[in-house]
Write a protein that binds this ligand. Structure first.
Ligand SMILES: Cc1cc2nc3c(=O)[nH]c(=O)nc-3n(C[C@H](O)[C@H](O)[C@H](O)COP(=O)(O)O)c2cc1C
Length: 203
């Protein structure tokens, strides 16, 4: 594993904050640097869906049983901090993941509106031709959502709706979520053992 790998992670106010948390859990097992931005709405939905209280994100991660690789680093930024590293194209990173991605943030990215650090970091990765992976969450999708996904994909984003797979016989919500996160890690070329590869003794 490349010890210098840098991944930007954003958690928006769409339902499914567990996707962002499981992604962090998987990433932090590796010796990589994570640059985390949680939107204001993301904080509120995280609180509603997981019981997290805004006081200490690090103790929340501990409560969730999330452990850090000795060489992993987690940097956290406010959504309004345009002085943070991910706001600049000169910050070389190995990819950004927005998990989950709200329709609002998707719309801002598709329209090129860099109104907060998440939008700006996504815009930067598109202009610098670096990986941008979106896990847009909404259902049903209206034509505006569909058009925004199309535009973001045309601009270079990878659109990965969080659609869990069932062919590996999941037994829990964690298994379902991990079936999505495994595909995200594949995109980032980060080794994992969250799910068995198809054809690898699946019954
Ligand atoms: C409990 C809850 C669940 C929500 N779920 C979604 C959702 O699944 N998808 C979505 O696009 N917005 C959802 N929203 C609305 C967003 O939070 C809202 O549009 C917000 O402005 C998004 O801001 P952000 O993109 O900066 O995080 C939800 C709001 C709440 C309170």
């Amino acid at each position: 594993m490349d010890v210098n790998k840098k991944i930007v992670v954003a958690i928006c106010g769409a339902s499914g904050s567990i996707y962002g948390i499981r992604l962090l859990k998987a990433l932090l097992k590796n010796p990589i640097n994570i640059y985390l931005i949680i939107s204001s709405a993301g904080h509120k939905v995280l609180e509603h869906e997981t019981g997290y209280s805004n006081e200490s994100f690090f103790s929340f991660l501990k409560d969730k049983g999330i452990t850090f690789n000795k060489k992993a680093q987690l940097h956290t930024y406010n959504q309004d901090d345009f002085f943070a590293p991910p706001a600049s194209g000169s910050f070389r990173n190995d990819g950004m993941v927005i998990a989950p991605c709200s329709m609002k943030t998707l719309g801002a990215i598709a329209a090129g509106i860099a109104d907060n650090l998440i939008h700006r970091a996504a815009d930067v990765n598109l202009k610098e031709k670096r990986p941008l992976i979106l896990l847009p969450r909404e259902t049903p999708l209206n034509i505006i959502h569909l058009k925004n996904m199309y535009v973001a994909a045309k601009a270079g984003a990878t659109i990965m709706p969080p659609s869990p797979s069932f062919y590996s016989n999941p037994e829990s919500i964690s298994d379902l979520v991990d079936s999505v996160i495994a595909r995200v890690l594949d995109q980032l070329q980060i080794e994992h053992n969250l799910v068995k590869e198809w054809g690898d003794s699946i019954v």
